[in-house]
Every structure is written in structure tokens, then in C-alpha cells.
Write a protein that binds this ligand. Sequence first.
Ligand code: PEP
Length: 251
Amino acid sequence: MRRPYVCGNWKLWGTRAEALEYCETLLGLLEGERAVDVGLCVPFTALDTVVGALEGQDVRVAAQNMYSEDSGAFTGEVSAPMLLELGVDSVVLGHSERREHFGETDAALRAKVPKALKAGLAPILCVGETEDERESGDTERKLRQQVGEALSDVPSERLSELTLAYEPIWAIGTGKTATPEQAQEAMAFVRALVGDRSRDAAEQVRVLYGGSVKPENAAEIMAQPDVDGALVGGASLDPEGFAQIVAAAGS
Ligand code: PEP
């Protein structure tokens, strides 16, 4: 059995003061014993605040990006050792907003994913198709390309440590959600792609759904057999709503 995982992605939100207030509110809402892993993807500047606020609380803290080199002439970038020093334990890689607005490529992810793993950060790799790609029957080709390239330099015995997030681009921040059937079909395919490398890893790897998850639709999507949880953007900014999604994952 894979343990459900619900991760909130704050995107570009959260001064340190806002982050601290959020964490205090969220901790008051989460039940003590959880059957679900919970995480927050936090802007770089608030990471140390959130790590401190959540100390000992069994909530994972992820950065929203990372560079594949440790140091050098890469102005504006942040490396794995810098994140580890803050106590961060995971990193989101390949979010569609980074691919779309900041030129993140599959080739860059091919270096970043194994780098994160080697350094000791748990990668959450985001993949997903555009609306045009879905409508022209190109969803599987796109997923195969994204998963294939990003994982190509990850040793097979480490594949199970990854989290994959299937996030159809047409559903991110749009209020449109994939139907449970669409999510299941794509996520079973993503799992099968991992299975092409290692059947054991495919059984163990967690695949999250992302795209306009809200308290009202979370339970239905997460009830699908290949949906192991959710990456929640906009709705995670409301700690009450986020706590409800966490509760839905554990029910
Ligand atoms: C995300 O940021 O990964 C995401 C899925 O956003 P939203 O829930 O707002 O669609």
C-alpha cells in the first residue's frame, strides 16, 4: 500500500510573516496522528521560516525549484546543498509554470532529478499535457517524453523514491479539473512508464494529481487506484481548505 501524500504548492506566495502565520494555523487544523504525508512547497525566501515553524510536526518542506550544479557562474540559481542546509527535504522539479514561463526543459530535468536524489532531496517531478495535446490525442506521447527524459539518468533502484505529479496544464489554476477517469487513465500510464524500468518501483512510486484540486473534488479524484494524493496549488493557500483535502486523502 502506498501512503497518500498531499502537498500544497504556494507558488509565488508567502512573505516570512505570512508563512509563519499560515503554519501556525495549519498545525492547529491538522489532526495529530495522520495516515497521510503532508508537504508544503514554499518560495526560497520563506523556507527556513517554514522549516522552523514545522519542526517536529511531520510535515515535509519542499523548494519549488533547484539547479543541478552545486555552485558556479549561475546567477540567481539555488543548489541542493543550499536547500539541505536549511533543512528542506524535497524539491518540486519541472512544474509547468517553470516550463512555460522560465524555459525549464526536459534536458535540464534530466540533470536535476538525479542530482536531487543523489544530494538527499526527494524530487517531486511534474508532468502533464496542454489542452491542444490532449485534444489531438498526444497526451501519452507527451508524458512518455517528459517522464522518459527526466528519469533517464536515475538508477532503477532509486526510482521508487520519486514522487511524480501528473498535472494536466489545462487544469492548473483554471478551475477545470480532470475527471477522475481522465486522471486515472493518465496516472496509470505514468506508473506504467516507471514500470518499463522497474516493476517494483512502479508499485512503490507515488503519483499525485494536480490541477484545480479543491476540498469539493479531492475525495473523488483521490479514490482512483493510481492516484496517491494531490499537489494542490491555489486551494492550498487557505489552510482550512488544505486541511480538508488532507483529511479527504486519509478517509
Ligand atoms: C499546482 O500549482 O501545481 C497546481 C496544481 O495549481 P492549482 O491547484 O491552482 O491548479
